[in-house]
Design a protein around this ligand. Structure first.
Ligand code: NAG
Ligand code: NAG
Ligand code: NAG
Ligand code: NAG
Ligand code: NAG
Length: 308
């Protein structure tokens, strides 16, 4: 088969697949960080996986709920389904034999060149492979640093296929879920997730945990403040992560202590006197038990029988 007839065949099935092919890229809106990196294979073909409409096809989103659509994102840019990788994932490009004769190569281009397709030739240092695409090739990790990368087809002969969909948007995300290099993700108290428009993976904490790495236990959820006191989380202090604001007559860490004058409590049925501002001695009324006085030592709202 001559190069010319190959071109003809290519153009034929372009027409079939571009006209009929309405592809909505498979996508999860929120993805959880995988512990193991994963290999990804992108088929460099126009027969599948080519989307055109930014939101509905390429990102599988409902336009009506996405709100503001910027001019740029509204563009109709036929492309291979945009890819999102986690840092460390590998990427392989698998080319279709019928395109190999066209002498294709892949170039790392700017966003502008991606949208408009490289008009003039690309520089040697933009070429992703030093050879032409033939079979399965791994993309060197140097092209896959954190951020969004645009790869476009650089043809040597034959038709310009970038604007038919031979271009790829690859976004590589890192995780910001570990407090220290070998610490568990989200301190083991949350999930390390990334929404499609976020540029990194971040912690989403389980109930009762907070902080960037879910490292903080939300003490207020255990209701430590008594006597109608309000509870506030304090992020600065590591051990002491909450503060109770007590109603006027209570004090102490957990607002369990009674302030100032000792207050006769009904169950004593007697009088109390302060020993210290928060500790008091209560005497139960004579005759209540028949014979003796009962003494209680009260502290932190708890009283214990001392002697009688
Ligand atoms: C890829 O292209 C972009 C845009 O031109 C450039 O900023 C980036 O440095 C290139 N990447 C590499 C690894 O050369
Ligand atoms: C490339 O993908 C990112 C998301 O990963 C998106 O924000 C960006 O708009 C896309 N660029 C183009 C030109 O479609
Ligand atoms: C306050 O409450 C916490 C949690 O319930 C408890 O561990 C702590 O000992 C209490 N502190 C005081 C001073 O009562
Ligand atoms: C706590 O506050 C609520 C309303 O603010 C009140 O109805 C309730 O009686 C209070 N409880 C105590 C033990 O003071
Ligand atoms: C408590 O105080 C009242 C009024 O001052 C007094 O009548 C009563 O005897 C006292 N009770 C005791 C046990 O001291």
């Amino acid at each position: 088969m001559s190069a010319k007839s190959t071109v003809l065949i290519v153009v034929c099935f372009l027409q079939i697949y571009i006209v009929n092919g309405q592809i909505t890229c498979e996508r999860q809106m929120t993805v959880e960080w995988r512990v193991e990196p994963k290999p990804n294979i992108i088929k460099w073909t126009l027969r599948e996986n080519i989307c055109s409409d930014f939101y509905t096809e390429c990102w599988n989103m409902d336009k009506s709920i996405t709100g503001d659509i910027s001019e740029e994102q509204n563009l109709h840019v036929p492309q291979i389904c945009p890819l999102q990788l986690q840092l460390g994932d590998s990427l392989f490009i698998s080319s279709e034999p019928s395109f190999q004769l066209l002498g294709m190569n892949l170039a790392n281009v700017s966003k502008e060149e991606f949208i408009n397709c490289p008009k003039t030739g690309v520089l040697e240092e933009q070429l992703i492979f030093v050879y032409q695409v033939r079979g399965l090739h791994q993309v060197n990790p140097k092209w896959l640093g954190v951020g969004t990368h645009y790869f476009a087809e650089q043809h040597h002969k034959g038709p310009q296929l970038c604007n038919k969909g031979f271009r790829l948007n690859v976004t590589v995300k890192q995780q910001l879920c570990q407090q220290a290099p070998h610490a568990p993700l989200c301190s083991g108290h949350g999930r390390c997730l990334s929404h499609v428009w976020e540029n990194a993976y971040n912690c989403h904490c389980f109930p009762q945990y907070s902080g960037r790495f879910c490292q903080k236990f939300d003490m207020c959820s255990t209701k430590p403040c008594h006597n109608n006191a309000s509870c506030t989380e304090i992020s600065q202090l590591p051990g002491d992560s909450y503060q109770c604001t007590c109603p006027p007559q209570f004090s102490g860490k957990n607002c369990t202590e009674i302030v100032g004058q000792c207050q006769p409590r009904t169950y004593f049925n007697g009088n109390c006197s302060n020993v210290t501002p928060n500790t008091f001695l209560c005497e139960r009324n004579k005759g209540f038990t028949g014979k003796k006085h009962l003494y209680f030592l009260c502290y932190n709202s708890k009283c214990e029988l001392l002697f009688y």
